[in-house]
Design a protein around this ligand. Structure first.
Ligand SMILES: C[C@](O)(CO)[C@H](O)COP(=O)(O)OP(=O)(O)OC[C@H]1O[C@@H](n2ccc(N)nc2=O)[C@H](O)[C@@H]1O
Ligand SMILES: Nc1ncnc2c1ncn2[C@@H]1O[C@H](COP(=O)(O)OP(=O)(O)OP(=O)(O)O)[C@@H](O)[C@H]1O
Length: 313
């Protein structure tokens, strides 16, 4: 296999159409039924040979660059290092694997849209090509699962159900395109903190935590391409926790609903809010309503489903 000198990968954000959170496991994770949906909001990761041998470096560009670590804690670097380890650290040319990563960030940081996981997935695909490893997407997904529960889906894309901690994926057949608006918030929410708040709320309510299961009405809506039925079926068990930690999101959701969204929910662990529209034009109207009401930092429109991480150059 021939190695290339520069590889650029485009990778989508996700929204969770159903996030059913089961009991807390002994390893600190929750068993989930997590219906992932990839949307057309993309980060780009470019991998090039670094100057120094054996180095793993990262630079981040974009409005939110200052919120992303540019060191070994960056999820893209962690992914590249995990791939190098998997491949035995030393390339066929006798030199240790190394990479310089450039992330062009458009996915909101700590926004509940899996931006860091997306960059990790993109780094795996880009380094696989840069180093000429030729691993299958399934092998990359398995390495990705060790970096974070959302990473395998960023490699798969489309619409898929995640079980376990969200890393075991089964594609879901979906018809047509869905039109979305995302209300971006100022500042992020920490994923472990939101899961912790969910546990706290449940314990306080003395709730018996049910084993999660996929919603058949949601699956039928996806299969039929029925946006109205999908809007009615959207559900996120982390939403009460995200609203408790960020009460202002309740008003954001209300404004979108009042403006005619077919469905409104917090995306994953938040604080981004997602609204399903009836058409691309309706999505633009919703976006304007959210912006003019001053209930978000910015509103962006996107379509789903889209493919997972792809090499674009
Ligand atoms: C909220 C979601 O984005 C929905 O897709 C994911 O469940 C979170 O996925 P992620 O950011 O890739 O999360 P990870 O990096 O795997 O885990 C971060 C932390 O989130 C919590 N976590 C995550 C996944 C899961 N099934 N149960 C959990 O309780 C745990 O506290 C864990 O330590
Ligand atoms: N490449 C990266 N991009 C964004 N954040 C990163 C990256 N690498 C590490 N991080 C750190 O991870 C934290 C969470 O970022 P991320 O954008 O993935 O959150 P999220 O979208 O809420 O995740 P999820 O939806 O998977 O729970 C950030 O606060 C940041 O410090």
């Amino acid at each position: 296999m021939t190695a290339t000198q520069r590889v650029t990968v485009r990778v989508p954000a996700k929204v969770n159409l159903q996030l059913a959170v089961g009991p807390l496991r002994d390893d600190g994770y929750h068993d989930l039924v997590n219906v992932f949906h990839a949307v057309s909001l993309f980060d780009e990761v470019t991998a090039t040979e670094p100057g120094a041998a054996g180095a793993f470096t990262v630079r981040v560009e974009g409005e939110a660059a200052s919120q992303v670590p540019a060191d070994a804690t960056n999820l893209a670097i962690r992914a590249a290092e995990a791939l190098a380890k998997h491949a035995g650290q030393i390339g066929a040319d006798g030199r240790p694997y190394a990479v310089d990563l450039l992330i062009r960030k458009a996915i909101p940081v700590a926004g509940g849209m899996a931006g860091g996981s997306a960059d990790a997935a993109a780094a795996l695909l880009a380094c696989d090509a840069l180093w000429g490893l030729g691993l299958s997407r399934e092998e990359l997904m398995e390495i990705g699962a060790g970096i974070g529960s959302d990473v395998p889906f960023a490699l798969l894309g489309g619409t898929a159900v995640g079980t376990g901690r969200g890393e075991r994926l089964t594609p879901v057949p979906a018809t047509g395109a869905f039109h979305w608006v995302f209300a971006l918030a100022d500042g992020g929410l920490s994923t472990p903190r939101v899961y912790g708040e969910c546990d706290r709320i449940r314990a306080e309510a003395g709730e018996e935590v049910a084993w999660p299961s996929a919603d058949e009405a949601l699956m039928a809506a996806l299969r039929d391409g029925d946006a109205r039925a999908l809007g009615a079926a959207l559900a996120n068990d982390l939403q009460p926790a995200a609203l408790a930690l960020r009460p202002s999101l309740a008003r954001t959701l209300d404004v979108g609903r009042d403006a005619g969204a077919l469905g409104a929910l917090v995306s994953g662990s938040g604080p981004t809010c997602a609204f399903l529209a009836a058409s691309a034009g309706h999505a633009r109207e919703l976006s304007e309503a959210l912006t003019s009401a001053g209930v978000c930092r910015a509103a962006v429109t996107a379509d789903g489903p889209v493919p997972g991480a792809e090499i674009v150059a």
